[in-house]
Design a protein around this ligand. Structure first.
Ligand SMILES: [Zn+2]
Length: 238
């Protein structure tokens, strides 16, 4: 066993390096979710973190001020990048959503090999997060859950073109019904775990074939943060 002095020195050294950003970058393995607080304190200490488990029985009627209008039906050249954590798609000129009369422009969207939010404890096969940004820096994310079923042509187009720039209409990845969803206030699900993020989790789902799911998970598996404490937050449903 190492003596106390040695252990203390090692701890101080490793935390100094982590804070200096020299030693490591966050990930889902050695520097996984349990360690994210070492990179950004709020990941560990925040009281409004994401994802969460949505208990449908405990949801309340949506406050109409928080209803969202989705205008992502907008074809744009998109850059498809493998960013080390997920496949990220950045539209050159994305659509927008409208919330409280304020516009949030589609900034990027990406996938996780399993859903991060769960609904009554159920984890979906995959999820797409559509990250929208307002001019004042506020963030709203629309989550689309995928269930194994028919092949998804829009998703295939993305999988076939990783690393390239192609025309994509994000609407093609969304389910038919975008008017029913769960809403709550949370955070980014990756460091820096910034809070004040408006989450919209669509109730209707999109389909993904078993083959596509395997392909998606070949790129990225285990890139899901575990569910976080609700801490008395209201979960609204429409
Ligand atoms: Zn995400």
């Amino acid at each position: 066993m190492k003596n106390i002095k040695e252990v203390t020195t090692a701890l101080i050294l490793s935390s100094t390096l982590a804070f200096a950003g020299v030693d490591a970058h966050w990930d889902y393995e050695k520097h996984g979710p349990e360690h994210w607080g070492e990179f950004n304190k709020i990941c560990k200490e925040g009281k409004e973190q994401s994802p969460i488990n949505i208990e449908t029985e405990n949801t309340i009627q949506l406050d109409q001020g928080y209803s969202v209008e989705i205008h992502d039906d907008h074809d744009s050249i998109c850059n498809i990048v493998d960013n080390g954590h997920a496949i990220k798609i950045t539209p050159v000129d994305g659509g927008y959503i409208k919330l409280h009369g304020k516009e949030y422009k589609l900034n990027q969207f990406h996938f996780h090999g399993m859903s991060e939010h769960t609904v009554d404890g159920r984890r979906y096969n995959a999820v797409a997060h559509f990250v929208h940004l307002a001019k004042d820096g506020m963030v709203a994310v629309v989550a689309v859950m995928f269930e194994v079923g028919e092949k998804n042509e829009a998703l295939q187009n993305i999988l076939d073109n990783a690393g390239k720039s192609i025309h994509i209409n994000p609407k093609d990845l969304m389910p038919e019904d975008v008017n029913h969803y769960y809403h709550y206030k949370g955070s980014f699900t990756t460091p820096p775990c910034t809070e004040q993020v408006q989450w919209y989790i669509l109730k209707d789902t999109a389909s993904i074939s078993q083959e596509q799911l395997q392909e998606l998970r070949k790129y990225y598996k285990n890139n899901e943060r575990p569910v976080q404490a609700i801490n008395g937050r209201k979960i609204e449903a429409k």
